[in-house]
Design a protein around this ligand. Sequence first.
Ligand code: ARG
Length: 274
Amino acid sequence: MRIDEPRRDGTPRTYLMCPPAYFAVTYAINPWMRPDEPADPGLAMRQWTRLRETYLRLGHTVHTIEPHPELPDMVFAANGATVIDGTVLGVRFRHPERAAEADAYMDWFRTHGWASVHEPRFVNEGEGDILLAGDTVLAGYGFRSDEAAAGELAAVFGRRVVSLRLVDPRYYHLDTALSVLDSSTAMYYPAAFDDAGRAALSSVFAELIEAKDEDAEVLGLNAVSDGRHVVLAEQATALSRQLAARGFEPVPVDMSELRKAGGGAKCCTLELRA
Ligand code: ARG
């Protein structure tokens, strides 16, 4: 096998996850959700457990938050907050079905020693729409988070914010269409963005990997990178090959059951940046 590029360097990370004990598709707030096609909670739990074990095997630390019986989407911890440099910005959900998750996650931060915790003014669905690339905060809007949340992000985190409009309802959260691999590298699905968004991404990232339709459609971009290992949907085979050719190490996981709610590995994972 030919190695096209040298191996990338990764760093150990700390994540927050929520076991899918009450996972179900009982309402539809994105095009993936079909309440008439129920999900298998046992399989969802096995897939989630394997994801958690994968992070531990890669040397990461995983904290867990208690799930709530009335909040079937609480497994999607990425939507619980945004945490940069020890500062926590809470979330505010677009849809009432998920509204109560905001306080559940806020309580976790307040009771686990996080001193700088901010209540949001605008709708923002946490790391679902807010991604960090080096010193730049990327803020997705169009379906869930408010465009106006960008000003709040700049104030709370003291960093440059680049807003990105999402235009395809299947890719309703930024983390379904864009994955930050390291401070200068990302993979993305170009058709999920408008011209201005694609131009902005080209200016933020020195290196951009384009995902094909079939890899985006299995939520292959909903991936978690530590700078070297990229944990992503095992069905995204072409994307895995692209990553390997660039010196990353793809780590495939099967998240098919969680995908019935519109989520993958990244949605189940909130990075806690101390
Ligand atoms: N069913 C959830 C919703 O529509 C899925 C959230 C996926 N999370 C994410 N970070 N993309 O809100």
